[in-house]
Design a protein around this ligand. Structure first.
Ligand code: KG4
Ligand code: ZN
Length: 333
């Protein structure tokens, strides 16, 4: 089944053509970093406008790169939520109209389920059940993945997401937006033990996260050393990263042990982090767990992961209709 995936939940407009939920024929991503960079974060109104400009060229680019015509697409999968409503609406409305004009089925999917399913676009995907750590700009969660579409949540962040903490600390250090990859590179030159920031464990035996405390600790350190901190940026980045990565790794490995699985996955934008990748590989190998982390271009927002999860819903007979609408947040009790 040839699926056109469409993603527009935040600040990337993306389209991809994926065969049978696992083979990427093309993946096109139009990033809006240049638009939002001067503001130090995503400006929702500007994001929506940019999605409107980019959606048609991005879909055309994905078709061109795959060497496919629109009449060869079997179905469309599109992000329904969570995300920025004005951004989601662009991709979602486009998908509705395009599917209608082509006379093909379409399905709205959950962006977070898309991230977890990004591991099935790699040559050696995990076997079910497995434990997945999703760390992105908006979410930090641990799932027990029973099947492609059944993800049992084991823990989530109580406040800031890991990516959000990276972005806020990067802003404090004057590194611009988004800051995750900038901290990743700077931290490689710093000493992670020189400035020990608190390890935000909450409860060491439970799976919820909290990253607002470490963000505040970095902010206090910078205020206290306002004259000198600019000479210590690499050590601050390394110390902050050490704390975040240690907690993420510990909780993922513990969750896998509790569930007795033999595969773990790390997905979402923060999964591109070089220290997190090494740390999970190291700790997992000590426990005999096999590790699945997508390449960096599949960690950040993309439409191939949306097509991948859409395939499994469509195969189960799920489709969306003209009354379907986007949602901004997952409602939890
Ligand atoms: O999954 P994603 O592309 O978008 C959301 O769904 O939120 O994640 C974006 C987040 C941003 O906070 C960004 O700073 C972070 O992923 N990120 C990183 C790295 N690359 C991107 N964080 C740490 N290290 C990286 N190398
Ligand atoms: Zn995402």
């Amino acid at each position: 089944m040839l699926i056109l995936g469409i993603e527009s939940s935040c600040d990337e407009t993306a389209a991809a053509l994926v065969l049978d939920g696992n083979t990427i024929l093309s993946s096109s991503v139009a990033s809006q970093i240049d638009v939002h960079h001067p503001f130090g974060g995503v400006v929702p109104e500007l994001a929506s406008r940019k999605h409107i400009e980019s959606i048609v060229p991005v879909v055309e680019d994905a078709l061109d790169k795959a060497g496919k015509r629109p009449d060869q697409i079997d179905a469309i999968a599109v992000t329904q939520g969570p995300g920025l409503i004005g951004s989601l609406l662009v991709g979602f409305s486009f998908a509705k109209g395009y599917a209608c004009s082509l006379g093909i089925p379409w399905v709205g999917v959950n962006h977070l389920e898309g991230h977890v399913n990004s591991v099935f676009l790699t040559p050696e995907p995990p076997a079910f059940p497995f434990t997945a750590l999703l760390a992105s700009g908006g979410h930090t969660s641990i799932y027990h993945a029973v099947s492609h579409t059944e993800l049992e949540i084991m823990g989530r962040t109580r406040d800031d997401a890991a990516g959000e903490a990276y972005d806020k600390v990067a802003k404090m250090l004057g590194l611009g937006y988004p800051g995750g990859s900038a901290i990743d590179s700077l931290a490689r030159k710093g000493n992670p033990l020189k400035i020990p920031f608190p390890k935000p464990y909450l409860d060491k035996s439970a799976f919820d996260f909290s990253f607002s405390g470490i963000k505040t600790a970095v902010s206090r350190y910078i205020q206290k050393h306002s004259e000198t901190f600019s000479h210590e940026i690499t050590d601050i980045a390394a110390g902050f990263q050490e704390s975040v990565v240690e907690v993420l790794t510990h909780k993922l490995i513990l969750a896998a042990e509790v569930k007795g699985v033999s595969h773990v996955a790390v997905v979402g934008g923060v999964a591109a982090n070089s220290h997190l990748r090494k740390s999970v590989e190291k700790q997992a190998s000590l426990k005999g767990l096999s590790v699945h982390i997508p390449p960096a271009d599949l960690c950040g927002d993309n439409a191939a992961m949306i097509a991948a999860i859409g395939y499994h819903y469509l195969k189960q007979g799920f489709t969306s209709d003209m009354n379907s609408d986007v949602f901004s947040k997952i409602i939890t009790n």
